[in-house]
Design a protein around this ligand. Structure first.
Ligand code: NAD
Ligand code: MG
Length: 388
């Protein structure tokens, strides 16, 4: 029997890479359903090529357009729209694997739904764990849902853990490319444009994560992601800048051994690892040729240049509602920067101000998470108005 896969966020960078891997394993997987926000044209092309049983888009008018267009090509994909329908789709019995590749907090609801339906989850949406880490992992255990991390660092760690007990871990080290401003002078950062910030040196990704990489908030989010995912203390998680993005993360064991995962920096590798797990399937990507690799460098993250990273570490140590609040403020600030309403360096200021005013709260339910998220967004908007 083929494994039925649904891709949430199929038109994004992770979604497209997943479809590429699936297309080389047609005998193993069925593209059962695709879901996107508003990229109608891309979703239409994907339906024509993969002929899923269902496709989901948020707005009714987009759904109508898709239905009419697909009729012309005699493609029988059923087009759905609306939030509740997406949740129903994710929890259908026929669905085996859910790829959670929606970007930002918009991905939380469907990720939670997949967990509560006991599916195998390929989790790219790190924000689900940053916003709701403990609850999310508890639900996964309760509903026997397998969570496999797509995020390359966490995927590398999952691979490193494979043959060793997590009990003997001393610490883990997440590697970071350092983003587009690694070599920039700190005084230049104030005036960088969204275009410059989106120009990542080693990875091609969606807009939100690309800006997060430029501020290095992405690595901060990933530390929190790792803390919840692997049940570690923040003090056990280190970060090293490694500009070549060849080693994707490492685990240091009690006996002094360090296990690392290395591969070309192509997301099809972690995606195929998760799809095939516990077996290994081809990703279509060549292995690295070490004879062509001149040198590998590793160094610490600059405190002055990347304050968002250090702020996120503190937030992770605080725990409870702090990561949720930080995630919300970050999303609002990143969007404002992309819309050229604030400067690049204001992103940190806005998040910092929101967190200064935040009162720590225990998150006992998903409703608590959404409440903190909403309030922190409102506060971030207020801070942006103050700047302008
Ligand atoms: P992207 O912006 O390229 O794609 C986002 C996808 O989500 C699109 O298909 C979009 O249509 C969909 N989407 C957005 N809002 C939605 C909504 N409200 N409802 C339904 N669909 C919605 O983003 P990406 O780079 O593919 O990243 C996706 C996730 O994976 C993010 O959480 C990111 O942090 C994580 N991630 C990405 C990479 C990467 O290499 N791109 C690496 C590691 C982790
Ligand atoms: Mg990553």
């Amino acid at each position: 029997m083929k494994n039925n896969v649904i891709i949430l966020g199929s038109t994004g960078s992770i979604g497209v890479n997943t479809l590429e891997v699936l297309s080389i394993h047609k005998e193993l997987f069925e593209v059962f359903a695709l879901a996107a926000n508003s990229s109608v044209d891309s979703l239409l092309e994907q339906c024509k090529k993969f002929k899923p049983k269902y496709a989901h888009i948020n707005k009714e008018e987009d759904a109508k357009f898709l239905t009419t267009s697909l009729k012309k090509f005699k493609i029988k994909t059923e087009i759905l729209f609306g939030k509740d329908t997406l949740n129903k789709l994710v929890s259908l019995e026929e669905v085996d694997t859910v790829v959670c590749a929606i970007s930002g907090s918009a991905g939380l609801e469907s990720s939670l739904n997949a967990v509560q339906s006991g599916k195998k989850i390929l989790l790219a949406n790190k924000e689900s764990l940053v916003m709701c880490g403990s609850l999310f992992m508890d639900l996964a255990e309760e509903y026997n849902s397998i969570i496999l991390p797509v995020d390359s660092e966490h995927n590398a760690l999952h691979q490193c853990f494979a043959s060793n007990s997590t009990k003997s871990i001393e610490k883990i080290i997440l590697t970071a490319s350092g983003g587009p401003f690694l070599e920039s002078n700190i005084n230049e950062l104030k005036n960088v444009t969204p275009e410059q910030a989106l120009n990542h040196p080693t990875w091609s990704m969606g807009k939100k994560i690309s800006i997060d990489s430029a501020t290095m908030m992405n690595k901060g989010l990933e530390i929190i992601e790792a803390m919840y995912l692997f049940k570690l203390e923040i003090s056990q998680i280190d970060t090293l800048i490694h500009p070549q993005s060849l080693i994707h993360s490492m685990v240091c064991y009690k006996d002094g051994s360090v296990i690392m995962q290395a591969s070309k920096n192509d997301m099809k590798i972690p995606i195929s690892y998760c799809l095939g797990w516990p077996k290994r399937i081809s990703s279509g990507i060549e292995p690295i040729d070490l004879t062509k690799q001149s040198s590998l460098n590793f160094f610490e993250v600059s405190k002055d240049k990347f304050p968002c990273f250090y702020l996120a570490k503190q937030v992770g140590a605080e725990g409870e509602s702090f990561p949720t609040a930080m995630n919300a403020a970050n999303e609002i600030a990143v969007q404002a920067f992309l819309e050229e309403k604030i400067k690049f360096t204001d992103i940190f200021k806005i998040i910092f101000e929101v967190l200064e005013k935040h009162h720590k709260k225990k998150l006992s339910s998903v409703e608590d998470v959404y409440e903190v998220d909403k309030k922190s967004r409102e506060n971030a908007i207020k801070q942006i108005k103050k700047i302008n």
